[in-house]
Design a protein around this ligand. Sequence first.
Ligand code: GLU
Length: 325
Amino acid sequence: MRKGLFFSIALVAAMMMSLSTAQARTKFVTIGTGGITGVYYPTGGAIAKMVNKKKKEYGIRATVESTGGSVFNINAVMNGDLEFGIAQSDRQYQAVHGLAEWKDKGPQKDLRAVFSIHPESVTLVAAVDSGVKKIQDLKGKKVNIGNPGSGQRQNAIDALEAVGIDINKDIQAESIKASEAASLLQDGRIDAFFYTVGHPSGAIKEATSGARKVRIADVAGPGIDKLLAKYPYYAKAIIPHKLYPGAKNDKDVQTFGVKATLVTSAKVPDDVVYAITKEVFDNFDAFKKLHPAYGTLTKEKMLQGLSAPIHPGALKYYKEVGLMK
Ligand code: GLU
């Protein structure tokens, strides 16, 4: 009896010790995403899900945070508030080269790329009653160009400038988060909004399924062609109108786009970045099923659109499987 008690106490003690060492070893990492109706938020969830399945093996517990978007995420990764962030490929390029929001801070030397994910397009959603069918029609309108910290804000500014529209004089520009834009449009408080996002997305579904009829307007023309020729990170894109049956569109929308990418810092340990990369790539088919915006994804495409140096943890995996030399 005594012996039995002793053994069970010893067993419980041993279990508690192993539990606490496992806990001590657990590395908590947070992935910065975007608004919950965008594609970054479920994408962060998809990545976290893949690596958390192997918590016992890696001792990593990944969580997701809803944020203001690309620029916020890059800055939070750089100052150590987040280990990972999802950011547009154009924003990654600008951060690495010290452009746009990073003009004063200079090049973000510790920024590292992990992989790219789905394509995103500059999406201009406008109320039908505003008469806006294309970006050139936005003069005199109330337009949400996006919150500071979002990826879309600079895309909207670039596109408007490219067609000769001054955001300070020619439109009434709002700086609201994309997650709030759909309801503002439905309530008649804005005429249109920009969102750089993958498709289909909850935000554009929400915006196109209300009582106020809306259309996705073209962002194209000679001015836009010049813009694409000038910046290597922008490319022509279309938004298939079939994805949003509620929108007043009967043709695919002409616009331009970028890619969503996963970024981290040189300071994040190799084993953590390796684990995340390995789990997403080794379980690529399962990952791809987690969001319809990943429709055209291939492993090779996930190595395109990266302008920051690839993190050594990710590089180790790409070399192991022959995706890189
Ligand atoms: N592209 C947007 C941004 O960088 C976010 C899109 C999303 O959350 O899916 O702010």
